[in-house]
Design a protein around this ligand. Sequence first.
Ligand code: NAP
Length: 245
Amino acid sequence: MEKIALVTGASRGIGRAIAAQLAREGWAVCINYSTHPLPAQELEQQLTDQGCRCMVAQADVSDSAAVAAMVRDIEHRWGPVSLLVNNAGISGQMLFQDVTPQLWRRMFAVNVDGAYHTIQAVLPGMLHHHQGTIVNISSIWGLRAASCEVAYSCTKAAIVGLTRSLAAELAPSGIRVNAVAPGVIATDMLQELPEGTLPQLEAETPLGRLGTPQDIAQAVSFLADDTRSGFLTGQILTADGGFTL
Ligand code: NAP
């Protein structure tokens, strides 16, 4: 199978670093985004200028038809997706009693249904070739308590369950499924945190700094590479500077 990767939510933040890392490692990379085309197109240009193979694809991962169409387009242009990185995600800070049904549904639609849609779309190609790798992006808040982020935490815990169970189901088909659980990573997502929270989180991190998108890209690169991680499946790789120790 050719090295063809789909990274969801790759226009900004962690996904952007993952897409760039994989492209530099020789993967043809589809840069998915939902609402902001400019950063996605800018990344495509940068990587193309560096001699990498990439394309941009708009699709809201919560929309199964849009995801299916995106995957059909990649397969039509390049061939079957051999690496799927489920990175697209949204978060939100609020008291549990303020979580409306709409907010709850949207969080699950993007963070959980999104992964379901992309996996369903790429799986026939992987099963056909008896090969493939899936890396899901969970969070430390899917592993430990997150006050005022109950909905987000539930979706990220669901990704842990998805990763482990699907890994067990797909291992006999030669497909590995792992996850990365990032700690606190400096991206736009942190902008919604109340003032003063970031220095506090930084101080609570044993390695003494916030994580960077590149830290997570390196972890994904490792899990994507059959040579380095070929015997790993169903694992949740925590990349958090020791935050959860
Ligand atoms: P970010 O900076 O807010 O970027 C989010 C990315 O996801 C953007 O490219 C955005 O595209 C895309 N996206 C959002 N909704 C989408 C949808 N419905 N369909 C397709 N793409 C969508 O977030 P980030 O911090 O890089 O987070 C990336 C992942 O890491 C998320 O799953 C997040 O939960 C997880 N994570 C982050 C942290 C952290 O501290 N930052 C920690 C643990 C886990 P548009 O701009 O086009 O909307």
